[in-house]
Write a protein that binds this ligand. Structure first.
Ligand code: ADP
Ligand code: MG
Length: 696
């Protein structure tokens, strides 16, 4: 079997199943092997019923004492099973006559399921079950049972079957072509790590005595072994990417400064020292024909946008186009307003391209973009859709990079310039996620870094208070007082469940309650389910001061800038991660006025949540928050990079595995030195899409 072959080459995998697998990111046989279990079940032993506790997942086996259909609000089948140590009830709500008939008194049944405390005895609701022929041997599982990340229409059973089939067929091949050991032997020996195939096999089929707690924490040597390999591959691919991009040429942008001077003169403030320094770093890069690849890190509110605008003018002065990519339409529209205000007096056209624009309007805009005349283009990921071609793109700004993957950045870079002429655009990546250094070195190994480490002046320190939600009335009174002082307020209702619908409903309800409590306040509402037009209108009204209190979901998390807003209330703050809280809080404190943040929580607090809220109260420095975030993210507690979108990986999690990063760097360096031939193979294994990087 060839691990590089498409999954459709496996027996039983047709186009339909392949489609489901693709939804999980599985295209080839190899991807199946790297699709690792989220957790495990122990079906290797039969548990005596008398020893079970509520919450256990267990296999039991016993004799059917009684099976009967009952009506208690709904129809259900109850089956009592006993094994000599105790008795247990099986409860089925969906069953047919044939199923019912098979639960004969005296029959032997084996079940797997979660143990729950029922009204009379312990129960299993809809367990997996099998009726056994006592004369036939019925072996239990030999390994722990993996539970995979799955998707609708794709059962655990079919995933398990597929993966164990692949593992079985690879058993004979000592080292299947795609899974040859690529890490330098020295690295492995030092660590006593298992080989690649051993690690993969172990994680799909752990032996009954495997340390489940360790596996749950992601600390098992098999997991660490794979994580370090993935981190190494990532490191190498970013370095290769940098290398490829840097071999290209970009326009040397040595403008006459005229537009930049005019914008500076028109600004109502002077740049901070940090803004000046960073702008100089950027301009220095832009003046050279080697493409800039620079990350601009700056805490929320540090003033990154105006720096980006000045840098963009360097390109425009030389007759080039410049573009900014924002992660949301809301933010794109805000940028459009800002840049319009700055650039219109300079005679520089600002074009907004979002996926919302359709038909003739879109066609006209695309034609304008195709022209070789200077312009500034604002958009979302719509900027790199297939039908968009740039006349003369010299400079790309990516705002709030943590919301974009490397791939999206590359797609845009690929569009810039003339690939036949080996030309590309300069890139400036901006992020307000001040990630600690070790993570930055991995996530952005391909970039030079500038740091905006100074907030604009005359900002009064912000006050953050933490209040239990039964004292909500006090908070409402505070909002009332703030409105009377002419301040504007955000009231954020973050998601309580993983659903945009529920989140939006919660916000709608809160807005209603607040409007009632504050009859003279102008209350606005913004959430993800609002139509773009309405969302835009609400945001504009808030920005123009026509709304006092804006009730919002986390859609306002990134980038939104309304300087007059000076009070932020965040409900259910205990459910949010530190970085997210910090981002949200960054929406206020953007002017010389005093600002406050109220974190409402629902008691009781877990120890971790308490520590997070304390950190928010004690510091307003994004880098300190980021460092604490890293320390507080215990395994299992909050999600790591997968949620922050910092850097998507199969196995490694930059937060959980940050201690492995220096090792991965050493291994990467060693591979470049001693085994350069293995580098592309390793990248290909973990980041198959990186192959396209070559064509950037
Ligand atoms: P972020 O870095 O979070 O993207 P923004 O670019 O949105 O921050 O800027 C935050 C606010 O600070 C804006 O209202 C902007 O007008 C203001 N600002 C930016 N630079 C300065 C400065 N040098 N002096 C005063 N205010 C500034
Ligand atoms: Mg911003």
């Amino acid at each position: 079997m060839d691990p590089g072959a498409p999954v459709t080459s496996l027996p039983g995998v047709g186009p339909k199943l392949a489609g489901k697998l693709r939804a999980l990111g599985i295209a080839r046989v190899r991807d199946l092997l790297l699709h690792l279990p989220r957790r495990y079940q122990d079906r290797t032993r039969i548990a005596p019923i008398g020893t079970l506790r509520e919450g256990d997942d267990a296999v039991i086996q016993g004799t059917v004492d009684l099976a009967q259909v009952r009506y208690a609000r709904r129809r259900m089948l109850l089956v009592r099973v006993s094994d000599g140590t105790g008795a247990l009830l099986l409860r089925f709500f969906y069953f047919n006559a044939a199923q019912q008939a098979r639960f004969q008194r005296g029959a032997t049944v084996r079940c797997f399921g979660e143990i729950r405390a029922g009204p009379q005895s312990l129960e299993m609701i809809h367990p997996e079950y099998r009726l056994l022929d006592p004369a036939q041997p019925a072996p239990v599982e030999e390994t722990l049972t993996p539970v995979y990340p799955a998707t609708t229409g794709l059962s655990q059973h079919s995933l398990r079957k597929l993966i164990s089939q692949v593992l079985q067929s690879l058993r004979d091949a000592a080292s299947p072509r795609d899974f040859a050991e690529l890490l330098p032997e020295e690295a492995l020996d030092n660590e006593r790590w298992p080989t690649l195939m051993e690690a993969i096999r172990y994680l799909h089929q752990p032996p009954p005595d495997a340390d489940l707690a360790r596996l749950r924490r992601g600390e098992h040597s098999a997991q660490q072994r794979l994580a370090v390999e993935e981190l190494t591959a990532h490191q190498l691919s970013l370095r290769a990417l940098r290398h490829t991009l840097r071999r290209r040429r970009a326009p040397a942008l040595r403008g006459d400064q005229a537009l930049r001077r005019r914008l500076l003169a028109n600004l109502p403030y002077a740049l901070t020292g940090a803004q000046k320094r960073v702008l100089e770093e950027i301009q220095h890069d832009l003046e050279h024909a080697q493409p800039m690849l620079r990350l601009l890190q700056g805490d929320v509110g540090a003033g990154k946008t105006v720096v980006a605008a000045l840098a963009a003018l360097a390109a425009i002065e030389c007759g080039f186009q410049a573009a900014i990519m924002a992660p949301t339409e809301l933010l794109a529209e805000q940028h459009q307003r800002n840049f319009e205000r700055w650039f219109a007096p300079l005679g520089v056209p600002v074009l907004l391209l979002t996926s919302r624009l359709k038909g003739a309007g879109r066609q006209r805009l695309l034609e304008h973009i195709r022209e070789r005349s200077p312009a500034f283009i604002v958009g979302t990921h719509a900027l790199f859709q297939d039908d968009v071609a740039y006349g003369r793109l010299g400079f790309i700004i990516v705002d709030e990079q943590h919301r974009f993957g490397v791939e999206q950045r590359l797609a845009l870079a690929r569009k810039a310039g003339d690939s036949a002429a080996e030309e590309t655009a300069h890139q400036l990546i901006m992020t307000a996620t001040p990630i600690p250094r070790t993570l930055a070195m991995t996530a952005y190994a391909d970039l030079d870094v500038s740091v905006l480490d100074e907030l604009p002046p005359q900002r009064l320190p912000m006050q953050t208070v933490v209040i239990p939600d039964h004292r909500r009335a006090e908070v409402v009174a505070r909002v009332h007082a703030a409105i009377r002082e002419g301040r504007q307020i955000y009231w954020v209702c973050p998601l309580i469940e993983e659903s945009e619908i529920i989140e939006s409903e919660a916000a709608t309800e809160t807005a209603g309650v607040l409007a009632q409590a504050l009859p003279e306040a102008r209350v606005g509402l913004i959430h993800g389910r609002l139509k773009e037009n309405d969302r835009d209108a609400v945001m504009r009204a808030f920005a123009e001061g026509n709304i006092d209190l804006l009730v919002a979901t986390t859609v306002i998390e990134v980038g939104v800038d309304v300087p007059n807003a000076s009070l932020m209330v965040i409900e259910n703050a205990e459910r949010l991660g530190l970085s997210q809280l910090h981002q949200l809080r960054g929406r206020v404190g953007r002017s010389a006025a005093r600002s406050d943040c109220v974190l409402l929580y629902h008691p009781p607090l877990s120890a971790a949540a308490r520590a997070r809220l304390r950190c928010m109260r004690e510091t307003h420095d994004g880098f300190v928050v980021a460092q604490r975030d890293l320390e507080l993210r215990g395994p299992g507690e909050l999600l790591g990079t997968r949620q922050t979108g910092l850097c998507q990986m199969h196995i490694a999690d930059l937060f959980r595995d940050h201690a492995l990063v220096p090792r991965a760097q050493r291994i990467a360096a060693r591979m470049l030195e001693a085994h350069p031939d293995r580098v592309p193979l390793l990248i290909q294994r973990w980041l198959p899409d990186a192959l396209h990087y070559g064509s950037v």
